[in-house]
Design a protein around this ligand. Structure first.
Ligand code: C5P
Length: 239
């Protein structure tokens, strides 16, 4: 059985190698993976991946959320596949050809996750963007449609909110990985931020999320290591 900490993907949303090293040092034994996103990868490049891998504890989730023509996505994913990361992301909001290109480019060396609908997006945003009425009244229908596309294209799983994980597992099977950002523990509830479709750690895991992406509730805690432990305890109680 997986340990509770293995569910936690800490979002290393920091601006420098020094800050990243500090968080990796604090949390390497308390999370399953570190998520390197746009900010840190633009600042540090592949060196940050090498550094995390050199610690030999947690893995790397490279979250570049690729979105481009299939040839470019395939070539970019081929480059990602040489870095030694466990997961990488591509947007589902375009064609299935783009998803297939990401999978082909990965050459089986990195697991590809499709980003369905960002957890910072709500039904009203979908309506304002001009989507079909059925998606505006039920955003989960759009998430499910995109998850189906990702599955058919050969992705390992998707990024979705804790509100949709249960339906995705029912429709696509328990082996199709669900990764959930927008995690807000009740004890970390503070001022409202950009996340809209939120869930608690226990709520998301009970819904079937295989991994939880957590950034600010741990990063900005007075004691990040204690915050990660508290999240793990909450997960432990429901697995
Ligand atoms: O917990 P917090 O809101 O700080 O997490 C933010 C992180 O979650 C960012 O790194 C962002 O890129 C990531 N995220 C994601 N997919 C979403 C929404 C946010 O990977 N749908």
């Amino acid at each position: 059985m997986r340990a509770a900490k293995d569910y936690i993907i800490f979002a290393l949303d920091v601006a420098s190698m020094d800050e990243a090293r500090r968080y990796v040092g604090l949390l390497a034994n308390h999370v399953g993976l570190f998520k390197v996103g746009l900010e840190l990868f633009i600042r540090c490049g592949p060196q940050i991946v090498e550094f995390i891998n050199s610690t030999g504890t947690a893995g790397v989730f490279l979250d570049l959320k690729l979105h481009d023509i299939p040839a470019t996505v395939s070539r970019a994913m081929a480059a990602v596949s040489e870095l030694g990361v466990q997961f990488a992301t591509v947007h589902c909001g375009e064609t299935s050809k783009m998803l297939e290109a990401a999978v082909a480019g990965s050459r089986g060396r990195v697991r590809i996750l499709g980003v369905t609908v960002l957890t910072s997006v709500c039904a009203e945003d979908i309506r304002a963007a001009g989507y079909r009425p059925e998606f505006c009244t039920d955003l989960s229908a759009l998430v499910l449609k995109r998850a189906q596309m990702a599955c058919t294209a050969g992705c390992t799983g998707v990024v979705c909110s804790g509100l949709e994980a249960v339906k995705i597992k029912q429709q696509l099977g328990s082996g199709f990985i669900t990764v959930t950002p927008g995690i807000r523990p009740l004890w970390a509830a503070g001022k409202k931020d950009d996340q809209q479709r939120i869930a608690t750690p226990a709520g998301a895991v009970k819904s079937g999320s295989d991994y939880l992406v957590i950034g600010r509730p741990i990063r900005d805690a007075a004691d990040p290591r204690a915050a990660a432990r508290r999240v793990a305890e909450e997960i432990e109680a429901v697995i």
